[in-house]
Each structure stands twice: as C-alpha cells, then as structure tokens.
Design a protein around this ligand. Structure first.
Ligand code: F6R
Length: 259
C-alpha cells in the first residue's frame, strides 16, 4: 500500500485527479464514491473537462452504493448526488453510469445482478473510496465480511448521525438500509484509491494503514490489495506512526513508477 500525504484537502483532490486522468484518457471503467471527500477531485476533473477538453466519452462508471428506498431522482440518492455533482457536468453517457438498485423488490438479487454487471463490463479499473469515521468503505460497516459481495447492509447509528447533515440534520430522514458493493467486490478493482481529509478521519486512517487487517475496520482490507493507494491531508494523517517513511518513499519514487 502506498500512503501519500498532501498539505491540504484541495491538494488531495488535485493529485487524485492526476491519477484519474490517465484512466479517463484510456476510456477505463471508473468506480465512483459519494460523500464530501471526493468533491475536490470531481471539481478538478470537471475543470479539466471544461478547460482542457478531458473527455469521459469512452468511460463507464459504477457507483459504490445506494440508499434503499430512495428513487434515483431523490436529491439525496447517491445516483442523483453523483449526477448533480459530477456526471451531468462532464461528457459521460448517462447510460454508462450504473448504481445499485435501491428500489429493488429483492435486494439480494439486485446485489447479485450488480456484481454481474461489473463483471460483464470487464471489472473496475480504478475504484475511488472515501472512509467513514468507523473505518467503513462503501457502506461496509464494521463486522462486514472481508470477502462480501454487493448486498443489503444496515447502517451503523454513527453513520446515520454522520450523514444526517445531508438530510437537514434530521437523523430520522436518513435511510437505515443500503445496497453496497461488498469488500470482496471492491477488492476486485484493479486499483483502489482511498482519499481521506480532515482530523475526523485520523483514527480511521491509522487503523486502516497501520492496524491489523480485521473486519472491525473494513478499510483495512486494502492491506491485502496489490495496488492500493491512500492519499490523505496532514490532518487525516496526523495519527499515523510511519509518516516520515511514507514521505521519504514518495519523494524518492523512481520516475517510471506511477501511483
Ligand atoms: C460513499 C461511501 C462512503 C463514504 C464515507 C465518507 O459512496 O461509500 O463510504 O465514502 O462515508 O464520507 P465523506 O466523504 O462524506 O466523509
């Protein structure tokens, strides 16, 4: 796992955009995450699309997760979030942006179908991940099987509290269930790129990178991945022990070795 520490959240977004840009130019399959962390990255990619003609026309995208019970048109559905904040502002074809079906009568079947769609598309080339304060990725809460597939999960009360800010601060409006790519599904992506910003993520980042691999910290599954990159700002890196080495390794990266 490579850990890269940048000064600010904006710098995290810019570096992540550099990583994404090379995939976008190859028309790769992108794994997208919602939440506030990726917004700096999405805004930078939108800027490059508008100002430098970066084209997403050859790309396909799969979202990580979706609330159960919210239609795609609901302003807090993850499909709508990605559309409003990213995909409607670039030239990706709407028909090539996929999300788990939060309105499915049978969520189990919907999860299996979603994994099949990802496989049929040839798998995800780069999967963007944010991290929850409890170490979740996607909506795989602590205790999630490290080999889990896309399926229904019940949100932890802490996640409901964290996400209430998107629902007028009202926890009772936050759906309690979600469909999320499993940790096994996520791990099949060829490159995992986890972004973390702000002091509130410092414990989760430390557990993920320097703690044991354990279901109690779902993001720690990244330690098993052959190509996982964590980019965090100073605040999110503040509880890591080996920061000196991570900086040294990044500063001395051979020119040919990409992120
Ligand atoms: C979103 C997702 C979640 C978020 C995480 C962090 O698709 O899967 O795991 O990445 O909850 O959210 P923010 O970035 O809002 O702190």
């Amino acid at each position: 796992m490579e850990v890269i520490i940048r000064d600010t959240a904006e710098d995290v977004g810019t570096l992540a955009a550099d990583v994404f840009e090379s995939h976008i130019k190859k028309g790769h399959t992108l794994g997208l995450a919602t939440g506030s962390t990726p917004l700096a990255l999405y805004n930078e990619l939108i800027r490059r699309h508008r100002e430098s003609g970066l084209s997403f026309a050859g790309c396909t995208a799969f979202l990580l997760d979706e609330y159960v019970g919210l239609p795609r048109t609901h302003e807090q559905s993850y499909y709508r979030f990605i559309r409003d904040n990213f995909t409607s502002k670039i030239d990706i074809d709407d028909d090539k942006v996929f999300s788990p079906d939060g309105l499915a009568d049978n969520p189990t079947d919907a999860g299996i179908a979603y994994d099949s769609m990802i496989n049929e598309a040839g798998g995800v080339d780069i999967q963007l991940l944010g991290i929850g304060t409890d170490g979740h990725i996607g909506f795989n809460e602590p205790g999630s099987s490290l080999t889990s597939r896309t399926r229904l999960k019940t949100l932890h009360p802490q996640t409901i509290a964290d996400n209430a800010r998107f629902f007028d601060g009202d926890e009772s409006k936050v759906p309690h269930h979600v469909l999320t790519q499993g940790l096994g599904t996520i791990s099949e992506a060829r490159h995992l790129l986890l972004l973390a910003t702000g002091e509130g993520k410092a414990d989760a980042v430390a557990m993920t990178v320097e703690g044991p691999v354990a279901a109690v910290c779902p993001a720690s599954v990244l330690q098993f991945h052959q190509h996982a990159t964590v980019i965090c700002d100073e605040a999110a890196a503040s509880k890591l022990k080996l920061t000196k080495y991570y900086r040294y390794a990044y500063d001395n990266k051979p020119d040919w070795q990409e992120i």
